[in-house]
Every structure is written in C-alpha cells, then in structure tokens.
Design a protein around this ligand. Structure first.
Ligand code: HEM
Length: 417
C-alpha cells in the first residue's frame, strides 16, 4: 500500500518515458534538474551504455558503474587529458590535477595514506560529541528565531565547522571557504562559461594564498590538540620532503575543505526536504531514533549529493557486453545507479528502512570517499536531532534546487518550527 504521495514515480504517473536517443549532458532538457531520475530510468532501459556526441559514454546501470569503480587498472581517474583542453595551464588545471581524487596509484596511494588516520571510525568517534554540540547550538538558534533557512542556517554550517576545525581554519574565515568551494567545484560542470572559469581560477589563487598563511601560522603554533590535526599531519608529511610537495599540500587542503562541506551540506538539506515530503517516514524516524542511520543512507541513495564520477579507459575494454575503446571517458551516473531496480526493489520509493542499501553515493573501490564515516556521523546526528526536537517542523516556501548537475544541491529551503 502506498503510504505517502511524494515518491518520484507517483509524481510522474501517466507521463510517457522520454526519448533519450540524443541525450547529452551538455544540452540537457529544461526539466532535467527538477527530475533527472525520469531520464535516468529511460536511459537504463533504452541505452544503458549511452554514447554521447563527444564520444564519451554515460553509464546508468548499477552493475556497470561498480565494474568500473572496482577496476582501477583498466579505468583511470587521472584527468590531465580531460582538463588540459578545458582549463589550459590555469590554476583550475593545477588544482584539479593535483588533488588525490583525480590521480592514479602510486601517487593516489601515497597521498591518501597521509590523512587516512584522521578519518577512521575510531578517530572520528572522538569527534561525535563535538558534532552534537554544534548541532544543538544551531537548533537553539532555530528555536529562538522560530524560522530559519535550512541551508544557510543549518545544513551548510555543520560540515563547514567540522572540516574547518579539522584543518584549523578560524571561525571568521569560514564564510569565504564556501564561496571559493563553489567557484572551484563549479569548474567541474559539463559546461563552463568564461565568467565561471575566471571565477574558479581566482578562487584557487585566493585559496592558495590564504592556506600558505595558515600553514605558516600552524608551523609556528603546532596544534593545540583541539583542532587542526589534519593540517598538522599534512604539514609533517610535507616537511620530510618526500611524501608531499608544497603544492600537493595546498591542493589536498583545498580539496578536503571543498569535499568536506559541499556534499555534506547537500546531504543534510536533501534529508530535511525528503522528510518533509514524506511525513510518514519522518514519523517512523521520530518513533525510533535508531532508524536515523538508515534514513541517512536512504537520503544518500535517493538524492545523491554527487551525481557523476568519471573514469577513462586505459585500454580497449568490454563493458556490459559492449566494447569501449581505449581513451574513452565514461560518466558514472551515481544518481541513476542508485535507482536501478535490479539492485533496489521499488527504487523510486523513499524508504528509511530499506535493507540492504548498498548505494554508490560515496563511490566504491580505491577512491571510495575518505570522509564517508564523517559524513555519516554528521548526517545521523543532524537529521535525528532536528526531527526529534521539532515535530512540527514545516517548510514555509518551496525548496530552491541548485542548477548544477554534478553536485545535486538545494540552495534554500525556508523552515519554521
Ligand atoms: C555526503 C557527503 C559526501 C559525499 C556524497 C561524498 C562523495 C564522494 C565520492 C562519490 C567520492 C569518490 C570519487 C571518485 O571515485 O572519483 C568521494 C571522494 C572523496 N571524498 Fe567524499 N563525499 C562526501 C563527504 C566527504 C567529506 C565530509 C570528506 C572529508 C572531510 C570527503 C573527502 C573525500 C576525499 C578525500 C575523497 C577522495 C578519495 C580518493 O580519491 O581516494 N568527502 N567523495
């Protein structure tokens, strides 16, 4: 029996499946952002390994995406070939080709090992009370004000405060981090205007200048034991000269500060939004707060904050029975894989008790999100506390979706208690 009316296939009832023969990420239909899942369902059905105009392939089936993620020897994450024509010799090129996510072993392995220790479940358990205190502080403000914006006053603040603490970024500097992150990550969109390119390059340069000063300060004032432990670990690796160069240090910091908040912000905002769209599920969560982790996993599946990852074929390969030539780029469509009915029964249904829920929101394989445990803690604490504390939580206006397709976000969502 259907329990609430906001599952995506109900919203589309009676609409014919779109014809996706000419589907192209660089020329998207006008209603794509509002409901990309309708197009993904048609692609999985009509053209699961879909060749686009530029010779790249769009993968929308779960099994095909997993096969690529799990085979780094055949599928490279290195983006130099992709970004040279797009970015030239610019700061955006320098950043996106130096951060670990876009590199292959052995460089990727060397860099990932350096800060892995700070992101293990054991290390992060210590952080949980701090996450709780931060969340309670934002909710105290909500209670006093009676109304907030879910994004600027809540969903954005927690991940920024947490990752900035880990890197020792002082509170007054945090607003700038958001602007820089948006400009730098915006450079990864399939289409890039001249203005967005210039903004992204400016943001990389400003960010580097800022971090050089922060690193110099941290060298003079080694960590106080309460914040900045990740930066200290990276500085030590750079100091021994062999493990990390200065440029690598700066770009991993930029990457962590960006990766550590934009995505988590979107997870929290989508979480609040989906629970408002599905009051019956919110009631279940309230009835048993032990369902909070399941709820977070379902939000991550249902509205994956990162919708696309990319890989390049190192040699001729066969994928889902189809030949893909060496050099071809594939777009791993996370949001589509996460609604593949062969892996998730009733995939268009939002169900916080879905089990198993092996979604790909954090990727899988050697590049699996290094911050996934941290993001999961942030999600569980934030979603469970806001739901428990404000049973009458309601939206006072529509959610405004961001217009990016790689990072699926909500820009604003006005709330009242
Ligand atoms: C809901 C929040 C998040 C989502 C959905 C997310 C998603 C992802 C995905 C899909 C990847 C894999 C990229 C690929 O395979 O090409 C990734 C990588 C990564 N993420 Fe996250 N992320 C989130 C939060 C975080 C946080 C909080 C941090 C750090 C504080 C973080 C740090 C990283 C790092 C360092 C990598 C690169 C790992 C590697 O290349 O080995 N992420 N993330």
């Amino acid at each position: 029996m259907r329990e609430d009316a906001a599952n995506d296939d109900d919203d589309r009832a009676g609409q014919p499946a779109p014809d996706v023969g000419g589907f192209d990420l660089r020329a998207l239909p006008g209603d794509f952002i509002a409901d990309p899942y309708r197009y993904f369902a048609a692609l999985r059905e009509q053209s699961p390994i879909h060749r686009m105009g530029d010779g790249s392939y769009l993968l929308t089936r779960y099994d095909d995406c997993v096969a690529v993620y799990r085979d780094p020897a055949n599928w490279s994450s290195d983006k130099k070939l992709d970004f040279k024509p797009k970015f030239g010799d610019s700061p955006l090129y320098e950043h996106h080709t130096t951060s670990l996510v876009f590199r292959d072993p052995p460089d990727h392995t060397r860099i990932r090992r350096l800060f892995q220790a700070a992101f293990t479940p054991k290390a992060l358990a210590v952080l949980e009370p701090r996450v709780e205190a931060l969340v309670d502080g934002y909710l105290d403000h909500f209670e006093e004000a009676g109304a907030i914006d879910a994004v600027t006053d809540f969903a954005w603040r927690l991940p920024v405060d947490v990752i900035c603490d880990m890197l020792g970024v002082p509170a007054p500097d945090r607003a700038r981090i958001r602007d820089w992150a948006q400009a730098i990550l915006g450079g990864l969109e399939p289409t890039l205007s001249a203005a967005a390119f210039a903004e992204g390059c400016g943001a990389v340069e400003d960010f580097k200048r800022y971090l050089r000063e922060l690193v110099a300060f941290r060298r003079r004032n080694p960590t106080d034991g309460r914040s900045g432990e990740v930066l200290t670990a990276l500085i030590e690796a750079e100091a021994d000269g062999e493990r990390l160069t200065e440029l690598e240090l700066l770009h991993q910091c930029i990457f962590l500060l960006n990766a550590g908040h934009e995505t988590s912000t979107n997870m929290l905002a989508h979480g609040i939004h989906e629970l408002l769209r599905h009051p019956e599920q919110a009631a279940r969560l309230r009835a048993d707060p032990g369902r909070a982790q399941g709820c977070v996993e379902e939000v991550l599946r249902y509205q994956s904050p990162i919708q696309i990852n990319n890989r390049r074929a190192v040699r001729d390969v066969t994928l889902g029975g189809q030949p893909v030539p060496a050099g071809a780029v594939v777009h791993l469509m996370i949001g589509a894989a996460n609604r593949d009915g062969t892996q998730f029964p009733a995939p268009e249904r939002f169900d916080i008790e879905r089990k198993p829920n092996r979604h790909l929101a954090f990727g899988v394989g050697i590049h699996i999100c290094a911050g996934n445990t941290l993001a999961r803690i942030e999600g569980r604490v934030a979603i469970s506390r806001i739901t428990a504390r404000f049973p009458g939580l309601r939206a006072t206006g529509p959610a405004k979706l961001g217009n990016r397709i790689r990072f699926r976000g909500i820009e604003s969502l006005p709330l009242a208690i």
